[in-house]
Design a protein around this ligand. Sequence first.
Ligand SMILES: [Zn+2]
Length: 423
Amino acid sequence: MKTLIKNAILLDMVGETPNIRKTDILVNDKIIEKIESKIDENADEVIDAKEMIVMPGLVNTHTHLAMSIFRGYKDDRKLMDWLENAIFPVEDKLRPADIYWNSLLSCIELIKSGTTTFNDMYFRMDKTIEAVEKSGMRGVISWCITDDSIKDKPEMTRKYFNKYNYKDSKIKVYVSAHAPYSCNPETLKLCVDLAKELNTGIHIHLSETMDEEKTIRERYEQSATEYLNDVELFDVPVVLAHGIYISDSDLEIIKNIKGGISHNPISNCKLSSGICNVTKLRENGINVGIGTDGIGSTTTLDMFEEMKMAAYLQKVNTMEPTSINAYQILKMATIEGAKVLGLENEIGTIEVGKKADIILIDNNKTHLYPENDICANLVYSANGADVDTVIIDGKVVMRDRKILGIDEDEVKEKVDKIVKRLL
Ligand SMILES: [Zn+2]
C-alpha cells in the first residue's frame, strides 16, 4: 500500500528552528519512504495537500481515555473533593464495556484534533486496548497500580506486555504506579521490579499539588521526588505527569532520567494545582512533553488548546515573553513528547524512514491568514477542528474530518446510555 501526499506545506519538526517547504511525501506501507519536491510514482492513494500544513501527529503524553464520560461532571471543585465525592464513586460502578465505549469516544476526539499517539493510565486497560485497536491509534498503555488496587494488575501488565511487545506494534505496555501518595514503598518497589523484569518504563503522577508534597514530607520526611528516588524508580524510563513542585535539589535527581515530564497545563489551571516550570526543566535538559490529563479535569483532549495554554503559562510565570516560542511548543507536542515516551526513533518528526504518523491541517482558514509565521498561527490561532486528515502508521484514519471505520453516532449513543445509568 503506497500513499502519495502531493503539494504539502511541510513542517517536519526536525531542526532547532522551523523548516517549512513545499514538497511531496511518499508513504510505503507504514514508513515515510520519500520526501521530494516532486514525486511521480504510482500510489494506491493520492492525497492533494494543496493549502494544507503537513506535520507529525501530536503526542499526548498523559491521559485517562476512559474518563470521557466525566466531561463537565461536577466541575469547579478542589481536586480531592472532586475525586472522592464525584469521580471515585462512579468509577467503582464502571463495567468493562463502559471502558471500551468511553475510550473509543476519546480516541475519536483525539484523532479529530490531530493526536496520533497517547500515553494512558487507568484500569480495565484490556477494554481500552480494544478501543485503541478499533481506532487505529498508537498508544502507551498501563494498568494503574495503587496500594488498594494491586490484585491482578501486575499479572495483567505482564500478560499484555508479552502480547504487544513485538516489533512494529502500535501498542506499548508500561507499568503504572498511580502516585507517591497512593503507593507505599512496597507497592512502588513492586512496580520498579516489574518494569525492570519487562525492560519497560513507569508512568506515574508526580508533584501535582502542594498538598501532595506536604503529605509525602509528613510520611517520609522527604520530597516526593526524593521518595521515588529512594525506591530506585528512576532506574527505569519514566513518564512523570505534572511535575509542578520540583525543587532545585529534586531537579538534580531528575536531570538524568530516561523519559521525561508530561506537562498538563489546562488540568493544572482548572484544578488550581499550580504552574510547572517548563522553562527551567527544559534549560536543565529534561524532556518535557504536553499532555491533556483525563477529560474529567481538562474537559478537552484538544492538544492545540494545551499548546496555547502551555505557552501562555510559561510567559506569565516567568514574566518573560521570550521564555518559550511557538516552535518550541510545537516540539514539545511532537518530537519531545515522543522522547518522553521513548518513541523518538519511530515518530515525532517527518523524516524518511520514520513511521508515517502525519496530520494535514487546513490552512485555508481566515483565522490562519496571513501566513507571517506558520508556527505562531498553529499555536496561537489554530484549533483541533482545523485538522482535516490524519494518517497513523501509514493508514488514513480520518479524511475530510470524517473518521473512517467507526460509527461516531453509535459511539455517542452508547456513551449516552452509560451517562444516563451512572451520572
Ligand atoms: Zn492524570
